[in-house]
Design a protein around this ligand. Sequence first.
Ligand code: PAF
Length: 284
Amino acid sequence: MQTVNHLDVLRNAVAKLREGGRTLALVPTMGALHEGHLTLVREAKKLADTVAVSIFVNPTQFGPNEDLDAYPRQLEEDSRMLETEGIDLLWAPTVEEMYPGGFATSISVSGVSSGFCGADRPGHFDGVATVVNKLFHQVLPDIACFGEKDWQQLAVIRRMARDLDLTRPHVSAIRGVPTVREADGLAMSSRNRYLSPEQREAAGTLPRAMKEAIARIEDGQDVTRTLAAFEDELLGAGFDRVDYADLADAASLEVLTQTIEKPMRMLVAARIGGTRLIDNMAVG
Ligand code: PAF
């Protein structure tokens, strides 16, 4: 595994990886790797001849009151894990390399960015779209793998890739990989480590109550009432706030108050202590 921190070195490394027509998959991450990321890496290995992983804690996707400084950084440990997975390239740029002085460009994807996490975290998806666009141009992958846990992020990236003609020649496939869960069903996240043991136990209510609410909706019960009862259950279990709990069209993310024939998704963001947890599951 080659670790690269500078763009000029990256360009040569990528050219070497692609020699002889070999395909390249990219797994963009912010580090603090866990089993969820490693699942993305293993999926990437199945899909392409060579695999690059990027680790970059992207400041432009954090709001002023968010956890940028506290966000876990463990490059050495991450690097060892990736070495064990047998990836080819680790791209770990500095903030100065990614956003040189005077950087003034931002990509904004309207529509899919605006509700859910976009409403709670203004500017977040502009930061994601901008950095992912840069990563695609830097690494020039054929395929990029993202976790379905960040369902809205995946929708934003897909939209951006289509709108800006990134799907060819760089990224012909943007692959969503199903969420990896702990034994009690909690979606794996780098932020789970912020939870105290009591909060961690209470957090297990989130996936359990989601599954129950989905079963009721699939059973034909009233969507609005079911989601209100779901929110009450989370608050009763020790969550401090539910930012949103909605049923939506899985592709357009339009919020639904009734079920439809097309694929649907239940999307939730809820806070416990200072930690914001998100999750989503298929409905129907
Ligand atoms: O999902 C993440 O870890 C980040 O949002 C991403 C896609 C790497 C962009 O910084």
